[in-house]
Design a protein around this ligand. Structure first.
Ligand code: COA
Ligand code: AMP
Length: 631
């Protein structure tokens, strides 16, 4: 198929208003938009300013009521617990509607926040949709974060109610969520009025009288009593959810997603970017705690009338590297979307792909990768084994959908390995130097998007417009700063090379090294520290911490290093994968006292570096290299 990408991109460029109004026709509105964009509202304008609709209605009711009641909306496959379950659109509607009633019984109203801290079970998706149904704003927190991180999010968004579960299950242990939740509520200044706890048989939690309520019991009771909830009319500009993501400090950024633009962009992406037809099975092997999970486990596949696959497991070890292939075959998955790290993990355990030979995966049409740079080796390995197009695409929590990709639904463009291909309609992607001037094709610089951002992108940060401005808009006036560095080649292909801030990408998870340094600084024996990202063959990057201890500390370095590892795990969570730490006597700094983290990172990765012109004492770099070699 010839690609229509260039025509479609030009259509958007020449008349964005008509382009997005046309895309909006695929949504069932209560009041359709009379215009697509109002440049006068919000920080950089707002999408579909006069439209009214409901996201849950478009994801659930319209399929349950018209055309797809018996089709599976969700297939839950959990090799880690040995459970499988299929939920039709009609069943999903009943559950979501009843859970909406349960939330309302607890006093949750439109605009109230609900934190969801849950493992990968259908009840998490049902809770998200129930919030959308009654107009409550959900904020899902990934289960791999510790109590302290959960507490920060509770304090920031001030939920009326928290939905959680008794436990999550990791290959090596049961993760008791309830004690983490109790600790988080203890640490937070804001206290929710109630918690709805989904009890799992693997570990049943002790409930607190008067505060904790049983999710399963309340849902069943509401169904027996025939309690339902209506899809409330929401303004397109009303927030649907808040999703916290790492910023340059330990304080996460509350990315706000609005209702209308999100529906329009995600629905458009399912056919154009992913080439999906309603009824197809779509599998995003991520977690509902991340943006990929929000957009492509929950909202986009359901908006499009697809079946979404909810996977509770890992690419390896649950039970072996054949899990992905078994699931694709068994559930006839048409498209798989995951992070390259998952394929690196499979490749490491099964380099020749012998586990794949036992499965017929001919139903798979495309593999999509995102979340981190897709290295050419991993792409080639996947192409050779699966014999389907392997499509890298680049996006962020802030955007909710691809900034650059290779839109297979419009006809795929030639793949250039190492590039997520070309900007999607809606995004005018440019590369600027530090002075804010455009650079020539092929020249490395700051990747920015000319304002306005397209539908689905964040209109602001939750109750922090100043930070939104300062973090994204101030440095390059008129542009959104992505925080990524890279270049655009002469054919218009975008290449993402690194971050321009202290964010690192560990197994597709976005983490702030600044946040880790803040946690380490709380250790009483640590005088100073620096954390940088070190290359890792499976996870892409892992953090490594450098410590300077207070003088006079007599306990051995190894003891303190182990305490620091535990401190980061307890403060941020196991997801930080903070397992490497070394003690040094000095840190390299500029003459004005700034730690030279970028140079340290190059040394840790055994990469060549230029001696920083402003370095105070070059000998410290050799000391760092010597300590690392001795590890
Ligand atoms: N609840 C509690 N703990 C969790 C958790 C959760 N939901 N998810 C992960 N963790 C823990 C893990 O148990 C692990 O703890 P450990 O240090 O005790 O082993 C730690 O957090 C790191 O987890 P993870 O990043 O998943 O690493 P892993 O070594 O267990 O697995 C991969 C490595 C590559 C297999 C895994 O990262 C993976 O499947 N990635 C797929 C890509 C992905 O989901 N990306 C998300 C964005 S698209
Ligand atoms: P998150 O907000 O967690 O989705 O992380 C977004 C960041 O992950 C981006 O700013 C990039 O640094 C990185 N990223 C995501 N997708 C890609 C990709 N396809 N190629 C390179 N980097 C990516």
């Amino acid at each position: 198929m010839t690609s229509h990408y260039s025509d479609i991109y030009r259509n958007w460029e020449s008349d964005p208003e008509s382009f997005w109004l046309k895309a909006a026709e695929s949504i069932d509105w209560i009041k359709p938009p009379s215009r697509a964009f109002d440049a006068e509202q919000g920080v950089y304008g707002r999408w579909f300013p006069d439209a009214v609709g409901n996201t849950c209605y478009n994801c659930v009711d319209r399929h349950a009521d018209r055309g797809r009641p018996g089709q599976a909306a969700i297939i839950y496959d959990s090799p880690i617990t040995g459970t499988k379950r299929s939920i039709s659109y009609s069943e999903l509607k009943q559950d979501v509607s009843a859970l909406g009633a349960v939330l309302r019984n607890h006093g949750v109203e439109a605009g109230d926040r609900v934190v969801i801290y849950m493992p990968m079970v259908p009840e998490a998706v049902i809770a998200m949709l129930a919030c959308a149904r009654i107009g409550a704003i959900h904020s899902v927190v990934f289960g791999g974060f510790a109590a302290n991180e959960l507490a920060k999010r509770i304090d920031d968004c001030q939920p009326k109610l928290i939905v959680s579960a008794s436990c999550g299950i990791e290959p090596n242990r049961i993760v008791e969520y309830k004690p983490l939740l109790d600790e988080a509520i203890h640490l937070a200044n804001h206290k929710p009025e109630a918690c709805l706890i989904f009890q799992r048989e693997q570990s049943v939690a002790t409930m607190i009288d008067g505060r904790d309520f049983d999710y399963g019991e309340e849902l069943s009771e509401a169904k027996v009593l025939g309690q339902t909830s209506e899809c409330l009319p929401m303004k397109a500009t009303d927030p649907l959810y808040i999703l916290y993501t790492s910023g340059t400090t330990g304080h996460p950024k509350g990315v706000v997603r609005d209702t209308g633009g999100h529906m329009v962009a995600l629905k458009w992406s399912m056919s154009a970017v992913y080439g999906m037809e309603p009824g197809d099975v779509f599998w995003a092997a991520s977690d509902v705690g991340w943006v990929v999970g929000h957009s492509y486990i929950v909202y986009a596949p359901l908006l499009h009338g697809c079946t979404t696959l909810l996977f509770e497991g890992k690419p390896v070890g649950t039970p072996d590297p054949s899990t992905f292939w078994r699931i694709i075959e068994e559930h006839q998955v048409a498209a798989l979307f995951t992070a390259p790290t998952a394929f690196r993990a499979i490749k490491k355990e099964d380099p020749t792909g012998k586990y794949l030979e036992k499965h017929d995966v001919s139903c798979l049409r495309t593999l999509f990768l995102a979340g981190e740079r897709a290295d050419p080796d991993t792409i080639s390995w996947a192409e050779d084994r699966l014999r389907v197009p392997v499509i890298d695409h680049w996006w962020q929590t802030e955007t909710g959908w691809a900034i650059a990709g290779n839109p297979v639904g419009l006809g795929a463009l030639p793949v250039k390995k190492g590039s997520p291909s070309v900007p999607m309609p809606g995004y005018d992607v440019q590369v600027l130097n530090d002075e804010g001037h455009g650079v020539a094709a092929g020249t490395l610089g700051n990747i920015v998007v000319k304002l306005p951002l397209p539908p689905s992108c964040l209109p602001t940060l939750w109750k922090d417009e100043d930070r939104f401005h300062e973090a994204y808009l101030a440095e390059f006036p008129g542009y959104y700063k992505t925080g990524d560095a890279g270049f655009i080649d002469e054919d218009g292909y975008v290449f993402i090379m690194s971050r321009t801030d202290d964010i690192i990408n560990v197994a597709g998870h976005r983490l702030s090294t600044g946040g880790m340094e803040e946690a380490i600084a709380n250790h009483p024996d640590v005088a100073e520290c620096a954390v940088v990202g070190m290359n890792d063959t499976v996870k892409g990057q892992v953090p490594i911490g450098f410590l300077i201890l207070n003088s006079g500390v007599e306990r051995g370095n190894a003891v303190i290093e182990a305490e620091v590892i535990k401190l980061v795990r307890d403060t941020i969570g196991p997801v930080a994968a903070f397992k490497n730490v070394v003690t040094v006597s000095r840190l390299p700094k500029t003459r004005s006292g700034k730690i030279l983290r970028a140079t340290m990172q190059k040394i840790a990765n055994k990469e060549a570096y230029l001696m920083p012109a402003t370095i105070d004492d070059p000998a410290i770099l050799d000391e760092i290299a010597t300590v690392l070699e001795a590890r």
